[in-house]
Design a protein around this ligand. Structure first.
Ligand code: ADP
Ligand code: ASP
Ligand code: MG
Length: 408
């Protein structure tokens, strides 16, 4: 008998009919003789609606109370699904993050999983029950409810799979698997049979919402067998693993976009040692994560430094830098929050110098201007006006995946 962790996202549990469908998938797996732990997200847009409700009363509500509220969505899903499973005459129990032993750090709204105490889960499984666990939530050292960040139910599922040494973790969603680009937005996007943890981690971190990036990181660290598949179609999904069959063949596995980006530019900095240290240590001390950094060649003893942060940090970063203008020494600061990042990801890129050039050719072909470029062994990211992103993703995808050709 194997143990399978299954996770069902918001659209998979959106209404009674869909909950019945999920109950059927779970009970069929159980009837095949497997132990099942199923992690559920809140129904449909429930989390967004709860955030709106909170904003009506207090746009600056404390993060603790926000977590208290947001955790309700997942709790509704597990209890309703348990009722649907009981209607199918199967033994089932639903557990909140706390009851399932999900211990997290104390940061509300973006808590990290520290440990999972599996004794209760194990006891319920040993009694032959299907166990439903509320995704996205845990409990911190103050006995308060925490949430793991938007999209965090994927991470709950992978963490449970790792802690319980599950044989497989299946992420059920509203598309058939991981595609070469968002299949809802990009014509000709193709489903990948398999993808490496490293590529999936990059794609997820660069904006492909299909998996929470922390879930992929965790799956890699604990070697969790991961599969992304549809809760509607019954088709085979995408396997996420350490090594894939055609490692050398495919240079580009996917194209992703991320609009949650802002660029700051510091103009007129002194061209001397220590400037970058002063800027970025100041931001780091204030927990502001910096992504792409570009420094211009110094001329007339002055230089410029531009960098990107997530949009919600842009204002705070500007204020910090302004407050420290004398310490750092710059003429002016510019903030642009109407930009976005488009990236290609592929393990075979490092040995194929032409890949980045093909991406730039695709953008040139549709007249899109690039404002910053960043590369690593397995990705190339470019920054552009946010209005250009959808056209850019389609043009780049067409270049690497021509309609009747093969992936380059
Ligand atoms: P869930 O509610 O099941 O967690 P999400 O909405 O978080 O689902 O993620 C699934 C969505 O991710 C898909 O509907 C799709 O639009 C989007 N997506 C973005 N990039 C990709 C990609 N490369 N492959 C598949 N889906 C993607
Ligand atoms: N319900 C949470 C969200 O909407 C967590 C999740 O769906 O994974 O972000
Ligand atoms: Mg999701």
């Amino acid at each position: 008998m194997s143990l399978i962790v299954q996770k069902f996202g918001g659209s998979s549990v959106a209404d009674a009919e869909r909950l019945r469908n999920v109950a059927r998938i779970i009970t069929e797996t159980r009837k095949k003789g497997h132990q099942v732990v199923a992690v559920l997200s809140a129904q449909g847009d429930t989390t967004d609606e709860l955030i709106e409700k909170a904003a009506e009363l207090n746009p600056n509500a404390s993060k603790r109370e926000m977590d208290m509220l947001l955790a309700c969505g997942e709790q509704m899903s597990i209890s309703l699904c348990a009722m649907a499973i009981q209607a199918l005459d199967c033994q089932v129990i639903s557990l909140t993050g706390w009851q399932a032993g999900m211990l997290t750090g104390s940061v509300y709204g973006n808590a990290w999983i520290k440990n999972i105490r599996t004794d209760r889960l194990q006891r319920e499984l040993d009694q032959g029950k299907i166990v439903l666990v509320a995704g996205f939530q845990g409990i911190n050292k103050y006995d308060d409810i925490t949430t793991l960040g938007r999209g965090g139910s994927d991470t709950s599922a992978v963490a449970l799979a790792a802690a319980l040494h599950a044989d497989l973790c299946q992420i059920y969603t509203d598309v058939d698997g991981v595609y070469t680009a968002d299949p809802r937005l990009v014509k000709g996007a193709r489903k990948l049979e398999e993808i490496t943890y490293d590529e999936m981690l990059e794609l997820a971190s660069l904006g492909a919402q299909v998996l929470h990036n922390r879930s992929v990181e965790m799956a890699k660290r604990y070697n969790v067998r991961l599969e992304v598949l549809s809760s509607f179609s019954g088709k085979p999904g995408t396997k996420v693993k350490e090594v894939v069959k055609n490692m050398e063949k495919t240079h580009v596995s996917g194209v992703a976009k991320d609009k949650n980006v802002a660029r700051l530019a510091l103009v007129g900095l002194a061209d001397e040692p220590g400037i970058a240290f002063k800027i970025f240590s100041l931001l780091a001390k204030n927990s502001i994560n910096v992504d792409i950094i570009l420094q211009s060649i110094g001329r007339d003893e002055s230089k410029d430094i531009s960098f990107t942060v997530v949009r919600s940090d842009a204002q705070k970063a500007r204020e910090l830098l302004e407050e420290n203008r004398d310490y750092i020494g710059f003429e002016s600061i510019e903030v642009n929050d109407k930009i976005a990042k488009v990236s290609i990801v592929g393990a075979g890129m490092v040995n194929n110098p032409g890949v980045a050039a093909r991406m730039f050719e695709a953008l040139y072909g549709v007249g899109i201007n690039i404002s910053m470029i960043s590369t690593s062994e397995i990705k190339v990211s470019v920054l552009m006006d946010e209005r250009d992103t959808d056209r850019a993703v389609q043009a780049i995808h067409d270049k690497f995946y021509p309609e009747f050709g093969t992936a380059l």
